[in-house]
Design a protein around this ligand. Structure first.
Ligand code: ATP
Length: 238
């Protein structure tokens, strides 16, 4: 196994608010690594820092052998790190096809881009059926599919997904989770942030529980799924 990303003692603050207080974890090639935890634990802040959208206060991030701490966000995308953000942030007035093309903004291999758009349609057939429609007409779950498809358009080595199941029906959530499993089966490496701990831990090779800016528990997905404290705190058991 090769380590694709190594996060060491990462600290992030908004002014005086320390949102991430020195966390360390690694992501190995081909793994699904999951960060779970309640609202405000610092999961989104962590992903935004790894993508270069926020500068860390301390610690190091190494991705594919390169230090990332001060690398600008667009450069990080070109190194192979893609981020499907919380809330999706698709462009509602643009068509589905145009949204996907935007995900390839750093590429100029027209043929390859077209091929990858077709692959996104294979992964999510509904996007292909509605390719000429404005993205704003899609349901929440379909918009999540589009956000994932768009992130894949940069041909990432590591795909970071922030709360992909947020606000979705159980059926749609199941579809999104099985797509994540399918991407892993195709060889993709995934860093997943989820509040739906049950679904996320079931998929995760490695998982970390975050509480107020710290990692308080780590293990395999199965270990955490069967951990009594995790079950009480995150899986709604007494
Ligand atoms: P959620 O699931 O709600 O996104 P989270 O685990 O992703 O939760 P973060 O959004 O990373 O948590 O927030 C971590 C902490 O940082 C919280 O205390 C939050 O209030 C604070 N925070 C987040 N964004 C900002 C900001 N732009 N300015 C100031 N404080 C912020």
């Amino acid at each position: 196994m090769t380590v694709l990303m190594e996060v060491n003692d990462l600290k992030v603050a908004y002014g005086k608010i320390e949102a991430v207080k020195g966390i360390s974890f690694t992501v190995e090639t081909g793994q699904i690594v999951c960060l779970v935890g309640t609202n405000g634990a610092g999961k989104t802040t962590t992903l935004r820092t790894l993508s270069g959208l926020i500068k860390p206060r301390g610690g190091t991030i190494t991705f594919d052998g390169q230090p990332l701490g001060t690398v600008p966000a667009h450069k990080i995308v070109s190194l192979g790190l893609a981020h499907s953000p919380e809330g999706r942030h698709i462009f509602p007035r643009l068509t589905i096809a145009e949204n996907l093309q935007l995900g390839a903004f750093l590429r100029n291999d027209k043929e390859g881009i077209e091929k990858d758009i077709q692959r996104a349609y294979e992964l999510f057939p509904i996007l292909g059926e509605r390719r000429k429609q404005a993205a704003g007409t899609l349901s929440g779950g379909e918009q999540q599919m589009l956000a994932m498809g768009r992130a894949l358009m940069s041909r990432p080595k590591l795909l970071m997904l922030d709360e992909p199941s947020m606000g979705l029906s159980p059926l749609m959530m199941h579809k999104i989770m099985s797509t994540i499993a399918e991407l892993k089966a195709q060889g993709m490496t995934i860093l997943l942030v989820e509040q739906n701990a049950q679904a996320a831990l079931s998929l995760a090779d490695q998982a970390h529980v975050m509480e107020i800016g710290k990692i308080v528990l780590s293990g395999t997905g199965q270990e955490l799924l069967h951990n009594e404290d995790v079950r009480k705190a995150y899986l709604g058991e007494d």
